[in-house]
Design a protein around this ligand. Structure first.
Ligand code: DP6
Length: 322
């Protein structure tokens, strides 16, 4: 029995686009904050008597694409370990699945750690990050606690996440809508690459943003980190919106929340908005400002839809389910 816990991460410089779909190599590097909220707990038991993997997802038997993606991932682990035995997998998310709250990141990070242990692989953090990447790109960053940089790399060996030093950061998540999104990030990424006239410009800008972000991290310059974060997110959404057929992840209330970030800054509070592949908005700020930022947002969105978060731990094995 191997049980692992992992947390979602939110990118400050986004990963949006693959250079290799099979190996899950990103077009550009990215940088993120792993949070201390919404853990995924995954248990893996190798069961040589089972005919095929048996997967339970949030208490229900998993079928269709969800099960296929997990089995495909287990095939990678089996290939690495030389085993052909099936597994029983039980995974529980405490984050609304598919709502742009990064559940695939915590999900595949927890699965990578639990499955590697269950199949007897002894992998270091870099190898676990590379493995998690094969399940979902952003999952390679959830292997790492706190702030992580994912080096795009040029092949399987060189594309992994590792910790990056910087200031103590926190986030406030504003939940605009917790229903599953209409277009998965995987499909939307592909559509952006194939049809958006801004896809190439996005890749160039994201590369430059990552360089500037690393410099801002080295200076521990929160205003610069925040400005890059907000602008990088809007650049990603601009490229997505220009795909055909178009994809709009941001809802009217999401845009209003970007306005709220402007308003907070006009009042001297350093808070910056970002959004992933969904309408929810995350506000980045200094770790010490999280409560003030949350309170300031209650004029925009009910307090029950605001979740305060700090830097969380990387994916790890635990003795018993959390
Ligand atoms: C907008 O990692 O979910 O959250 O690699 O296809 O599984 P796949 O995509 P995924 O995409 C994350 C996109 C993002 C930006 C980010 O986390 O960097």
């Amino acid at each position: 029995m191997s049980i692992a816990v992992a947390h979602p991460n939110i990118a400050l410089v986004k990963y949006w686009g693959k250079r290799d779909d099979a190996l899950m190599l990103p077009a550009t590097g990215s940088l993120s904050l792993t949070l201390d909220i919404f853990p995924t707990t995954t248990r893996v038991d190798v069961d040589p008597t089972a005919e095929g993997d048996v997967i339970t997802f949030d208490g229900e038997p998993a079928t269709g694409p969800v099960a296929q993606r997990i089995t495909a991932f287990l095939e990678l682990v089996r290939a690495l370990s030389g085993s052909t035995a099936s597994a029983r997998v039980d995974t529980r998310n405490s984050v609304p699945t598919g709502a742009g709250l990064a559940s695939s990141a915590s999900g595949f990070a927890a699965l990578a750690v639990a499955a590697a242990d269950a199949y007897g692989l002894d992998l270091d953090q870099r190898a676990l990050s590379r493995l998690a990447r094969r399940g979902s790109g952003s999952a390679c960053r959830s292997i790492i606690g706190g702030t992580a940089i994912w080096h795009a790399g040029t092949d399987d060996a060189t594309s992994f996440a590792e910790p990056i030093d910087g200031p103590e950061l926190g986030m406030v998540i504003a939940v605009v809508d917790d229903r599953a999104k209409a277009v998965s990030s995987r499909e939307a990424m592909r559509r952006t690459r194939d049809t958006s006239p801004y896809a190439e410009a996005w890749e160039q800008a994201a590369g430059a943003d990552l360089v500037a972000m690393q410099e801002a991290f080295a200076r521990r310059d929160i205003p610069a980190i925040g400005e890059l974060t907000e602008s990088n997110a809007l650049r990603m959404h601009a490229a997505i919106m220009a795909a055909r057929p178009p994809i709009r992840y941001l809802a009217p209330q999401s845009i209003a929340l970007f306005d709220a970030a402007d308003r907070m800054r006009a009042h001297g509070l350093q808070a910056y908005a970002t959004a992933d592949a969904g309408p929810n908005v995350a506000f980045l700020c200094a770790a010490d400002d999280v409560d003030i930022v949350r309170d300031a947002l209650t004029t925009d969105i009910p307090a029950g839809r605001l979740i305060a978060a700090h830097a969380g731990a990387g994916a790890r094995l635990v003795e018993a389910p959390a």
